[in-house]
Design a protein around this ligand. Structure first.
Ligand code: SF4
Length: 365
């Protein structure tokens, strides 16, 4: 068992290769370029997770691939189905670490919330993932594979989804601390010969890694950005989101301004604000938040997210009337605000609840 784990760790993880890299990989062991393209399509377009199932490849090539590479490296440990049809997948890496992915069906599109790290090094006090600490950042292949697993589970292996798929990098981990993996994964996911989910359908959320926000501002093909604020003052944000001690609000918001200036037509840029009852949800907090955004002349919208309870965290969600009052104050000060409806709370799939939690009622994989 240990031996097989070691072996799979040294084999090339094909899902982490771009189409061009897969072509070179095939050429390195004497195959023509079209075989590389075929393997890419089998993995990403047909979403096959075993070489044996790639029947358009010669048997000998499939056997050769078995010895050199791996078409999949995550295993599905459990699946949970919410009363609102959200699905949560608890996956495991080849080295035994937890990865979580959430599939959220909606009338006109589906959203897959993927993880960029196993655990998370940032200590946001309202988030259960923080309690795992950082186990490690995920590889590009492990990010891509989460999408393949969720789509195969929802629609069947290789079946075309009936409508568009949006991706959000809001699962476990801070995506901007896995920046290279993330960007490579998004590049692979966008390939028209594969999953073909373009950056315009992807939103990545950061707790405020300032240098990466600035870097993103200079990139041409980039996902949409969401920045998690959590508090309107440094004093409070230092406690709720300790990353603020490294990059305080003034630095964060001036990076956001730089990003806002680089926005192209149709690009989305949002702030997320988790609402914690009696902690950051008063009228005064709303006024402070409006003042902060207006001072930096930021015209982006704010998503208000009532906290999802997750023991042993000491927080509770703000009441509906409190959320509405907070929203009205922002709007009166010229800031568009929206309330995000939580999904999958009953299966610990909602924002801030991902902590590799095993429940008593998994559905069969
Ligand atoms: S909210 Fe995001 S960045 Fe903060 S600890 Fe949780 S997973 Fe990490």
């Amino acid at each position: 068992m240990l031996e097989s784990k070691k072996m799979s760790a040294t084999k090339t993880q094909l899902l982490g290769l771009t189409q061009a890299e897969l072509i070179s990989f095939a050429e390195q062991f004497g195959q023509p370029a079209f075989r590389g393209r075929q393997i890419f399509a089998s993995l990403h377009h047909n979403r096959l997770r075993e070489f044996a199932a790639m029947s358009d490849l010669p048997k000998q090539l499939r056997e050769q691939l078995e010895t050199l590479a791996t078409p999949a490296s995550l295993t599905v440990e459990s699946r949970y189905l919410s009363a609102d049809s959200t699905r949560r997948y608890l996956l495991k890496t080849h080295d035994g670490l937890p990865v979580e992915t959430v599939f959220i069906p909606e009338e006109r599109r589906d959203t897959i919330c993927f993880s960029s790290q196993s655990g998370c090094p940032l200590q946001c006090s309202f988030c259960l993932t923080a309690q795992l600490g950082l186990l490690r950042s995920l590889t590009p292949g492990e990010i891509v594979e989460q999408i393949i697993i969720a789509l195969n589970d929802a629609y069947g292996v290789g079946q075309k989804p009936p409508h568009g798929t949006n991706l959000v990098g809001m699962g476990a981990g801070e995506p901007f601390l896995a920046f290279e993996s993330l960007m490579k994964a998004l590049n692979i996911i966008a390939d028209p010969k594969g999953l073909h989910i373009v950056p315009n359908r992807v939103t990545v959320s950061t707790a405020g890694i300032v240098p990466r926000i600035k870097e993103l501002a200079t990139m041409a093909d980039r996902p949409h950005l969401a920045v998690s604020l959590g508090a309107p003052t440094n004093e409070q944000r230092d406690v709720l989101m300790p990353i603020n001690r490294k990059w305080p609000l003034a630095e964060l918001l001036s990076a956001c301004k730089e990003f806002e200036r680089s926005l192209k037509r149709g690009e989305r840029f949002t702030f997320e604000y988790v609402m914690l009852r009696d902690v950051n949800d008063s009228d005064e907090h709303a006024r402070q938040l409006a003042k902060l955004l207006n001072r930096h002349e930021l015209r982006v919208k704010v998503n208000l997210i009532p906290h999802n309870e997750a023991e042993p965290l000491p927080y509770h969600p703000s009441s509906r009337t409190r959320v509405e009052a907070f929203k009205s104050i922002l709007e009166a000060k010229g800031i568009p605000a929206f309330v995000r409806r939580p999904r999958g709370q009953d299966i610990f799939a909602a924002c801030g609840q991902l902590a590799a939690r095993r429940e008593a009622n998994p559905i069969h994989a």
